[in-house]
Design a binder for this molecule. Structure first.
Ligand code: HEM
Length: 466
């Protein structure tokens, strides 16, 4: 279902006719429902075949950019002329404050500069044991229950695994932390943000109540209070520690040497949890789902993990050796990018493909559509990890594939997420086979992230046991 009025660029800049405006207004409630249910359904069909599409999305003039050269021109060359869109900031600021994900301008730049070294490759390596430990705990839980034949929701279990990882890599010393309650509060907060997004799109005021809004307010209060208390306790204890919180406490802005304030630390630690755990869990759930559908690809992955020689129960897998497994995860993120849309607002006039786009315009880069674009991919719907082999990738425009974004605001946790995916797959895939419990691949729905609707129910059996 495509419910916007669209036309490929160039588009006349006149407002819709009176009749169109009335019809649009009448369709509003349905459109809000669509955005809350699955925002991708509200995109014009042309985003999958054209480069630049201007459409009215819930009454707002929105420019969709699905062309790698134009994306580079925008997100890389003219990044400084773009800012965060209200759609994102209004939904996330109550819990994430003004951290790296939500801030703009100098405030964003200083925080990004300060935090960047924390996510360096060598630092991420230090987190691998914690990642493996969480995966081993999931493996033990599955071992204990396999044999009963009851399906396991892999999405829920991957959420738990990646949440355990982010909490243990971030706040390893906070033994008093109620991890389950913290996770529930984060879920409760994120779940109601789709309403905030939809209401912002239709121009409703920020105070307008919506389903889940009261729970969202108390979840935000609890989450911020808990993280602030952890920071204060760490400061009182007089040592920073080697986990993410410790690294962030010691981090200094390379320009000027300032440390982050406690408020910025709270904003960013919550940002890492919110931006990092669900996205990675979803990627893993889709990976296990697609591998179950493609046994020959799964067999290659299992073989590669075995050949890395480290798949013994407590061995450390050599993640660098898992190049095909990495290709598989990349192909999964092509078909199911966990963050399927990048949104910006023009702060100044920008030039795009020789056209001038005025300040104040909403620009959407529909990653999900870019990754399935008819002009960029052969058989875009086919799951084929060989697309990311060294030969096949050579010559592909870097901005035809961007699950982690592009330009200065590219995902800071990209290396962390990729390492985490490989670590978890290296522990779980040699141990289990996964058979689909439902009749079809789950539907992908974009609310805050691109989730498999209804989860990923699978029967999990120890490998070799039928
Ligand atoms: C598979 C997992 C992940 C995916 C698909 C993903 C995707 C993305 C994308 C597309 C952006 C760019 C958004 C934009 O340009 O508007 C982004 C930004 C960001 N991501 Fe990730 N992410 C993942 C994991 C993580 C992890 C593990 C962390 C932290 C531990 C993280 C932290 C962030 C932050 C802080 C930003 C904002 C960067 C900035 O604006 O400077 N992400 N992510």
């Amino acid at each position: 279902m495509h419910s916007t009025t669209a036309s490929t660029f160039p588009l006349s800049t006149t407002s819709p006719s009176f009749r169109e405006a009335v019809a649009e207004a009448a369709a509003f409630p349905r459109l809000v429902q669509t955005v809350v249910r699955n925002m991708i359904e509200a995109w014009p069909a042309e985003v999958y075949s054209e480069s630049l599409v201007e459409a009215r999305l819930l009454g707002r003039r929105t420019l969709f950019v699905s062309d790698p050269r134009l994306i580079r021109e925008l997100l890389v060359d003219q990044a400084a002329r773009l800012g965060r869109e209200e759609v994102m900031t209004r939904s996330l600021t109550p819990v994430l404050g003004s951290g790296i994900l939500t801030a703009d301008g100098e405030r964003w730049r200083a925080q990004r500069r300060t935090a960047a070294p924390v996510f360096r490759h060598d630092r991420i390596r230090d987190f691998v044991p914690a990642m493996l430990a969480a995966a081993v705990a999931t493996r033990a839980r599955w071992m204990a229950r396999t044999g009963d034949g009851a399906p396991v929701d892999l999405l829920a279990d991957m959420m738990r695994t990646t949440f355990d990882i982010i909490v243990s890599t971030m706040m390893s010393d906070e033994t008093g932390l109620d991890v389950a309650r913290f996770g529930q509060a984060m879920d409760a907060y994120l779940d109601q943000t789709r309403w905030k997004m939809a209401l912002t799109l239709v121009g409703a005021p920020a105070w307008m109540p919506h389903p889940g809004s009261a729970r969202g307010v108390s979840a935000a209060r609890y989450l911020r209070g808990t993280v602030t208390a952890a920071i204060e306790s760490r400061r009182r204890g007089g040592r920073s520690g080697r986990d993410l919180l410790g690294l962030m406490l010691r981090a200094r802005d390379p320009e000027g040497g300032d440390a982050m304030s406690d408020e910025s630390l709270t904003d960013n630690l919550l940002t890492f949890i919110a931006a990092g755990h669900e996205t990675t869990a979803i990627t893993l759930a889709w990976t296990l789902c697609l591998l179950a559908e493609h046994p020959e690809i799964e067999a290659r992955v299992v073989e590669e993990i075995a050949a890395s020689g480290r798949d013994a129960p407590h061995g450390l897998p050599d993640l660098d050796a898992l190049s095909y497994t990495r290709q598989v995860v990349m192909e999964v993120m092509r078909l199911y990018p966990a963050a399927p849309l990048i949104v910006r607002k023009t702060l100044d006039e920008v030039s795009l493909g020789g056209r001038r786009i005025p300040a104040g315009r909403s620009i959407h880069v529909p990653i999900y559509a870019l990754h399935r674009h008819a002009k960029l991919w052969t058989a875009p719907e086919r799951f084929d990890p060989d697309r990311f082999g060294p030969n096949e990738s050579a010559g592909r425009d870097r901005h035809a594939y961007m699950p982690f974004g592009a330009g200065p605001r590219i995902c800071i946790g990209m290396g962390f997420a990729m390492t985490e995916c490989l670590a978890i797959l290296a522990v779980l895939l040699p141990a289990f086979r996964f058979d689909r419990a439902g009749p079809a691949r789950p539907e992908a729905r974009f609310t805050v992230t691109l989730r498999p609707h209804g989860g990923v129910p699978m029967v999990v059996s120890p490998r070799g046991v039928r």
